[in-house]
Design a protein around this ligand. Structure first.
Ligand code: SF4
Length: 229
């Protein structure tokens, strides 16, 4: 079995709770979503279908070559859970090699997550607000996904753009708070909207979030500011 991989590289994590740690990034090709501000369009399968195919042993060796002093392997995309059968094999190999794993996901494929969760250490779950992505809503899927993910080190983040509506933020807060008001919720200002007043929106939404959640942070994409990959 082989996986379709867009790219493999070493860099620092630019988003969320683990911003700044050194990681090996494995970017899986293809995504089920088409977020209007997607910053990895080469990996979603819309405009280009360029990828390399790797067997799990091959990929593991490549990860080992890049591993020096890394904190974890970021399994990102695209949407990695679309290649679940391959991930199952790779995750077991990474565990055996004592490499921590960090799943970066759009938080929709809950059945796949349930099948893989034993061998995942950290989950960076996106909550896709429809007014922000301009895609269909996935509230039910997100709820089921988070309920499974919470048994691990999970944090939730959502992109705030100039189009993001307050009602969507309120709904996301209810979804999280009904499960656990202490879970970390990160509001990530859309980098492309920084000059469109998106920080003001983030601060307004953070205030709203604090009505039901107690760990809400505004964190931008550091890698874009630092101009690293
Ligand atoms: S879920 Fe992620 S990879 Fe997929 S389209 Fe949205 S931003 Fe891009």
């Amino acid at each position: 079995m082989k996986a379709n991989i867009s790219e493999i590289f070493q860099s620092i994590q630019g988003e969320g709770k683990y911003a700044g740690v050194k990681q090996v990034f494995v970017r899986f090709f293809e995504c089920n979503m088409h977020c209007v501000w997607c910053d990895t369009p080469h990996s979603i399968g819309d405009t280009t279908r360029r990828f390399d195919q790797y067997a799990s042993e091959e990929l593991l060796n490549k990860i080992k070559d890049l591993w020096e002093c890394c904190h974890s392997v970021s399994l990102t995309g695209g949407e990695p859970l679309m290649q679940k059968d391959f991930l199952k094999v790779l995750l077991a190999q990474l565990k055996q090699a004592q490499m921590s794993t960090y799943l970066e996901t759009n938080g929709i494929f809950y059945e796949e997550l349930a099948d893989l969760i034993d061998n995942i250490d950290i989950i960076a779950m996106d909550l896709k607000l429809p007014s922000s992505t301009q895609c269909q809503p996935f509230w039910k899927e997100h709820k089921k996904f988070l309920n499974i993910a919470r048994q691990k080190d999970v944090f939730i983040k959502t992109v705030i753009s100039s189009d993001t509506q307050r009602e969507d933020v309120l709904r996301s807060v209810d979804l999280i708070a009904d499960m656990d008001p202490h879970m970390l919720y990160i509001l990530q200002p859309n980098y492309f909207d920084m000059s469109n007043g998106v920080m003001d929106k983030c601060r307004e939404f953070q205030k709203v979030c604090f009505n039901r959640l107690n760990n809400v942070r505004i964190i931008p994409q550091m890698h874009k500011i630092l101009k690293v990959r």
